[in-house]
Design a protein around this ligand. Structure first.
Ligand code: XMP
Length: 514
């Protein structure tokens, strides 16, 4: 497939993936490459446009990230953002130096609306700035096309050569007209036709999978999570019962989750695939008995998962392909500065390939961002409750039960969590909170119910808003909703007599409890 594409050259800026996502929102396919990528490789990709990202350093430092000047002579439009803009000016003969006034945050920018970059953008607009260096003089051949009160060159252009430099960050949503500016660049200046659409991607992928697999046998580890579910359905649509999905129920899933996964993928579901559900609850509980230390629990769950899967894989015998739900951020996240992409093993199925006898790995979602995986899922007709499922850790409730895991504690946390999720959904908050769940503390305390003295567990409710899961703030849930959840949990879940709401942000807390 000869896909029209724009490439993002990564100089280590914190927003590199965001730039690529925004470009894709303009229906233009986009990939991220390290600034160290060889110019010949870039030429061979034949991109319609190139975007240089921000970066943490000063472009005039002796060991700063740089690129060859040849990049600007390929006849391909280039857009530099922040560091990328400064580097472009620096390499082409302009001047970059420490700014007398640093700009951080929302800033009013005055733009020249005759620039193709600012078509349909108002003369004065709010943009997100984050820089301590500034362009004090544009490079020869460039014209200044935006400025702020403190920044004489907020944007510069050399229309004849298709080179554009922007000091601010159009990819950040605080830049009011940012999407329009990126749209103007990729669709207007680069002339991309905007054919990157999810229905076409899904259809092409299905054709490619069919061609690749032929009459081969394919094995997929299904967790019920978004990525593995979408990957499995795409494979099932392509090759039907040549696919076998193994779903390990480790007894640490949320309430009814095993049955929900089976309802979709099992014999009564919508797909013609071989579905194997392994009910390994007891095995996991036995291995976890008496273990309190979080990392030890993670290790036991991970190892036991592989052992169970290995046993099933042996029964199936050699297969031609193993499916993994790797997604694009897994491919890119090889550290700041985007070293040549090293693939992270998928969190939840790390270590799987070694225990399966297979010829090749298939990663049907390798080029997609998370929101695109969800779009593909909807396109494939997967139920919304699976497509918009919250992130759920591989070790499951094992790390939401503080201390030893027992079947009874799993019951408590499953029931409390189900009530919490039900009430959040009733209050219409389920799509607006990043991640929320109930956890079981290891604390028991005295209470009174009826005339009885109780000595029971405390459940903790967690709800956070986050963009990248690296930092998070506790979500503001209306007090009445929390009260309803509290009273239902105390009344309906045996063994609980207190409910806490966790207000801690991350850092210093983590999202999960262990
Ligand atoms: P923390 O607790 O580190 O969580 O703030 C950040 C995000 O990662 C998820 N998480 C995990 N996912 N295996 C996983 O697959 C794990 O061991 C694990 N620990 C945390 C967590 O749910 C949150 O979305």
């Amino acid at each position: 497939m000869d896909q029209e594409k724009v490439i993002v050259i990564d100089f280590g800026g914190q927003y590199n993936q965001l730039v690529a996502r925004r470009v894709r929102e303009c229906n233009v396919y986009c990939e991220i490459y390290s600034y160290k990528t060889d110019i010949e490789q870039i030429k061979a990709m034949n991109p319609k446009g190139i975007i240089l990202t921000g970066g943490p350093n000063s472009c005039y430092g002796s060991d700063s990230q740089s690129c060859t000047k040849e990049l600007f002579e390929l006849g391909i439009p280039v857009l530099g953002l922040c560091y990328g803009a400064q580097l472009m000016m620096h390499l082409l003969g302009g001047k970059v130096e420490k700014a007398p006034v640093q700009e951080y945050g929302k800033t009013e920018v005055f733009v020249d609306t005759s620039s193709p970059l600012f078509t349909d953008v108002p003369k004065s607009t709010i943009c997100w700035m984050s820089h301590s260096d500034y362009i004090s003089r544009e490079a020869p051949g460039f014209t200044v096309c935006a400025h702020t009160a403190d920044c004489p060159v907020a944007a510069a252009e050399n229309k004849a050569q298709g080179l554009y430099a922007i000091q601010f960050h159009p990819e950040v949503l605080h830049t009011q007209e940012g999407t329009k500016m990126l749209h103007n660049f990729v669709r207007g200046i680069c002339g991309c036709s905007g054919t990157w659409k999810m229905d076409a991607f899904v259809e092409n992928s299905i054709q490619e999978i069919r061609k690749k697999v032929g009459s081969g046998k394919v094995l997929c580890a299904l967790s019920g999570g978004v990525d593995s579910s979408v990957a499995a359905v795409m494979m099932a649509k392509a090759i039907g019962d040549q696919l076998t999905c193994v779903f390990v129920d480790h007894g640490l899933l949320r309430k009814n989750e095993g049955d929900e996964v089976e309802a979709v993928f099992g014999p009564k579901g919508s797909y013609e695939l071989n579905f194997i559900r392994v009910n390994a609850q007891e095995r996991f509980y036995e291995k976890l008995a008496g273990v309190e230390e979080p990392e030890k629990k993670r290790k036991i769950i991970g190892e036991e998962f592989i052992r169970v899967f290995e046993e099933e894989a042996k029964k199936i015998g050699a297969v031609d392909f193993l499916v993994q739900g790797t997604i694009y951020p897994d491919v890119v996240e090889s550290g700041l500065g985007g070293e040549s992409a090293v693939i992270k093993s998928h969190h939840n199925v790390g270590g799987l390939p070694d225990c399966v006898d297979f010829r090749e790995i298939i990663e049907p979602l390798r080029n997609l961002f998370k929101d695109e995986v969800r779009k593909a899922g909807l396109e494939l007709g997967i139920p919304e409750h699976l497509v918009f499922r919250q992130p759920f850790p591989g070790p499951g409730l094992g790390i939401r039960i503080i201390g030893e895991v027992t079947a009874d504690k799993v019951r408590i946390v499953q029931d409390a969590d189900a009530i919490y999720r039900e009430e959040i959904a009733k209050a219409g908050l389920n799509r607006s909170i990043g991640q929320y769940f109930a956890a079981l503390t290891n604390m028991r305390s005295v209470g009174v119910m009826g005339d009885e003295r109780t000595y029971d567990y405390a459940v903790a409710l967690r709800a956070v808003n986050t963009i990248d899961f690296m930092t998070a703030e506790s979500a503001e849930i209306p007090f009445e909703v929390l009260q309803t959840v509290m009273s239902r949990i105390i009344n309906e879940v045996r063994g609980v007599n207190r409910v806490f709401y966790d207000l801690t942000s991350k850092p210093p807390g983590t999202i999960e409890f262990e």
